[in-house]
Ligand binder design. Structure first.
Ligand SMILES: NC(=O)c1ccc[n+]([C@@H]2O[C@H](COP(=O)([O-])OP(=O)(O)OC[C@H]3O[C@@H](n4cnc5c(N)ncnc54)[C@H](O)[C@@H]3O)[C@@H](O)[C@H]2O)c1
Length: 392
């Protein structure tokens, strides 16, 4: 692993997002002049590590959110982010946070393995939840969380939000309009050299599929419909790593994955993800200009420019217009880190998201099925579904 370059990339990424956050915190959330102020949903954020440097700048500038408390079991992290983003309260554990400053929406940015328990306790306490991926450690536990949320009358959402991008909308619209003819196949890939700050990415409940493959799986199932069967090979390429929080660790979860999905009606797709991929851009999605997701049919081809979580456009060629032409180059305000802000907007205004918990649980079921397929050498049926097509 080229740790020097990945550290540099991550440091640059964190620095850029932190500076942006400080500037935004200084300007504070507010309404457009002349417009009535939006209702601000009171937000508590748990987990003040790397990704909080991306979420908090977005949340503090959202007219629909007011971040009232932060929490981290490493209290110095919660304190530091509270000072940086002007948040009044910070707590060293969830119980203290739930018993402290009142809030409505919990934003869960903790280790992947901790999401399920924290989401459950928040729902039990009557909070809406925006969770980083995965929503739960297993599809059955996730379904139970969703049932609990429905019973309690609170909302549950999970990252990622790739289906909210205008590039996804363009692709979904082109497919629905039949511009590619009879769809046959799709491919998507995402990888880098792996995070070097926390061990959880490599421990049970982590892995490259729930951390990285999850973006492509969300996009491809969003475009092509729920998967009916999964066949996969997964393995561990780098059995030992050195990470910031624990030093040298043994990798126990896959860091290299290839999945084949059968979407029914003859449509097949392929997703690959891994923590061992040369990637000169590290975390900087804007600098990736390759097609990382492609769809082909009898009448045309589409290639998504850049990553599906931070896309730059869509190249389209059809029998009628066979030269690749670029479309949907305007982000229209979309940013991958705005999921919690969109959840707050939904709670404040009733404006629904295209992101659904059922879709997140379907993707989680695919990941579990992929592991089973690789272990048994068999293709595995996937039962769950979600509202599709994913079109506004
Ligand atoms: N870092 C990124 O660029 C990035 C991007 C997208 C999504 N994510 C996702 O965000 C999540 C967090 O990733 P990260 O990179 O920020 O990890 P991180 O290790 O940098 O941060 C996680 C934080 O959660 C805290 N935490 C863990 N258990 C807790 C608990 N029970 N109560 C309170 N705090 C607790 C840890 O102390 C740590 O500060 C993961 O699900 C990851 O997949 C990360």
């Amino acid at each position: 692993m080229n740790s020097a370059s990945s550290k540099l990339n991550r440091r640059d990424f964190a620095k850029a997002t932190c500076l942006a956050g400080a500037a935004l915190a200084a300007s504070a959330a507010g309404s457009t002049p002349g417009q009535p102020a939006a209702r601000q949903v009171r937000v508590g954020v748990i987990g003040c590590g790397s990704v909080s440097n991306a979420y908090l700048p977005d949340l503090v500038k959202s007219p629909f959110a007011r971040v009232v408390s932060l929490c981290d079991i490493r209290p110095e992290r919660a304190r530091r982010q509270a000072e940086r983003f002007g948040v009044e309260r910070h707590y060293p554990d969830l119980a203290a946070m739930l018993g402290g400053e009142p809030f409505e929406l919990l934003v869960n940015l903790t280790d992947m393995q901790r999401h399920e328990e924290i989401n459950r306790r928040a729902i039990e306490a009557g909070k809406h939840v925006w969770s980083e991926k995965p929503i739960a450690n297993s599809p059955s536990a996730g379904r139970e969380l969703l049932r609990m949320a429905n019973r309690r009358g609170v909302r549950l959402w999970g990252a990622p939000i790739t289906v909210q991008s205008p590039q996804f909308a363009f692709m979904a619209g082109a497919l629905a309009a039949g511009r590619l003819g009879r769809i046959a196949a799709a491919h998507a890939e995402y990888g880098h050299e792996g995070p070097d700050w926390s061990a959880f990415f490599y421990e049970e409940g982590g892995g490259s599929m729930p951390d990285l493959g999850v973006y492509n799986l969300t996009s491809l199932t969003g475009l092509l419909g729920p998967a009916k069967h999964v066949a996969a090979l997964v393995n561990i390429v780098t059995p030992e790593r050195v990470v910031g929080d624990k030093g040298r660790i043994t990798v126990t979860e896959e860091d290299n994955a290839m999945l084949l999905l059968d979407h029914g009606d003859g449509v097949l797709s392929h997703v690959q993800s891994g923590f061992n991929y040369f990637n000169p851009h590290g975390h900087d999605g804007n600098r990736e200009t390759r097609h990382t997701l492609t769809v082909v049919g009898s009448h045309g081809f589409m290639g998504l420019v850049g990553y599906d979580w931070g896309p730059l456009g869509v190249d389209l060629a059809t029998k009628d217009s066979p030269k690749l032409e670029r479309h949907a180059t305007d982000a229209q305000g979309y940013r991958w880190e705005q999921g919690a802000s969109l959840a707050a907007e939904c709670l404040a205004t009733g404006k629904e998201l295209l992101v659904t918990p059922e879709h997140a649980l379907h993707v989680l079921e695919i990941i579990v099925a992929a592991r089973e397929s690789s272990a048994t050498g068999r293709r595995v049926a996937v039962d769950s579904g979600f509202k599709w097509p994913v079109i506004a």
